[in-house]
Design a protein around this ligand. Structure first.
Ligand code: HPA
Ligand code: ZN
Length: 335
């Protein structure tokens, strides 16, 4: 097996996937029809043609519009199930899914509806596909601290259905500091904590995520390259970064995949992982991200193996499950 074949076949964990970002245009239109929701585009082709983004915000506008078709538990279930089928084809054996409750509750969809639909799909993925999974509730950072607190309160009756919290949406102008008190409360509740930082924002936002939010992983984090002290800190602590190469390309964070910093980060000893972010919008699921990154950066078999190992090291699974996953990685790598 060469590096690309190994990348395809190796068992992996996906740790940075917004489940609303897995909503394919075909499913958006099917759900719009099922729920009687009007869309601003005449059809699938026209919608897909609009996926030409210039930055994060230009994507988020379409992403939130797409999510407006989700109304019933079955809609959330169908969306997550479609993702799990794609994940299985890419040899994902564990997935930690972000969801954005505020996008839905603001439209009048109750918290119970989305959590019921998503968690039933997670249970089914374990039973029918052998994929373990967990949900991470993300706060939308363009909204207020008070809105985040209210969202946390609304979710707490369903505490057993999610393992942690994250921070996503428009990064610039909304530093992690804004959510310091919300995250302190989440940590006190025993939730795992992660945050998007250093996607479009500066290294300073990554420092804030580490020092103020006390995150256990950083989502994206490609801005670390601009700060040698931060690179040294990340190499020392091995605080994981969930990097999303095709997302960075489509949102113009990098001009060309050959200029992506992932290989430099890996060589510096950082615990980087590859993820798909919003695969329906960015042109590919996890294996597409692996294949194109391996090709563009000339990654070796050893790099691929390290990325797979990192994905389990960075995941929120127990020691026993992690050991079993790593054994499966070794098994595939040795053929
Ligand atoms: N960045 C910030 N917010 C998001 C993203 C992203 O890549 N995807 C979905 N919400
Ligand atoms: Zn993301």
């Amino acid at each position: 097996m060469n590096a690309i074949e190994l990348a395809r076949a190796i068992p992996k964990a996906e740790l940075h996937i917004h489940i609303e970002g897995s909503l394919e245009p075909e499913l958006i239109f099917a759900l719009a029809q099922r729920n009687g929701v009007a869309l601003a585009y005449p059809g699938v082709e026209a919608l897909r043609a609009a996926y030409a983004f210039t930055d994060l915000q230009s994507f988020l506008d379409l992403y939130y519009a797409g999510a407006s078709v989700l109304r019933q538990p079955q809609d959330f279930h169908d969306m997550a199930w479609a993702y799990f089928l794609r994940a299985q084809a890419d040899h994902v054996i564990h997935a930690e899914l972000f969801f954005d409750p505020q996008t839905h509750t603001a439209r009048g969809v109750p918290m119970a509806v989305l959590i019921e639909g998503l968690s039933s799909a997670c249970l089914r993925a374990a039973q029918e596909l052998g994929i373990s999974s967990a949900l991470i509730l993300c706060f939308l950072r363009h909204l207020s601290e008070a809105d985040a607190f209210a969202t946390l309160d609304a979710a707490l009756p369903y505490r057993e259905h999610f393992i942690g919290v994250g921070l996503d949406s428009s990064e610039l102008g909304h530093p992690p500091q804004k959510f310091e008190r919300v995250f302190a409360r989440c940590r006190a509740l025993g939730l795992q904590v992660v945050a998007h930082a250093g996607e479009e924002g500066p290294p300073e936002y990554m420092w804030q995520a580490i020092d103020l939010l006390k995150v256990q992983r950083i989502d994206h984090g490609v801005a670390a390259l601009q700060d040698p002290l931060l690179m040294a800190e990340l190499a020392h602590t091995r605080l994981p970064l969930t990097v999303c190469p095709l997302s960075n390309l489509k949102l113009c964070v990098v001009k060309d995949l050959r200029e992506h910093p992932l290989k430099t980060m890996l060589d510096a000893g950082l615990c980087v992982t590859i993820n798909s972010d919003d695969p329906a919008y960015f042109g590919g699921y996890l294996n597409a991200n692996f294949e194109q990154t391996v090709a563009a950066l000339d990654l070796t078999r050893e790099d691929v193996l390290q990325l797979a190992r990192n994905s389990f090291e960075a995941s929120f699974i127990g020691a026993e499950h992690r050991a079993a996953c790593l054994a499966r990685v070794r098994e595939v790598a040795s053929v």
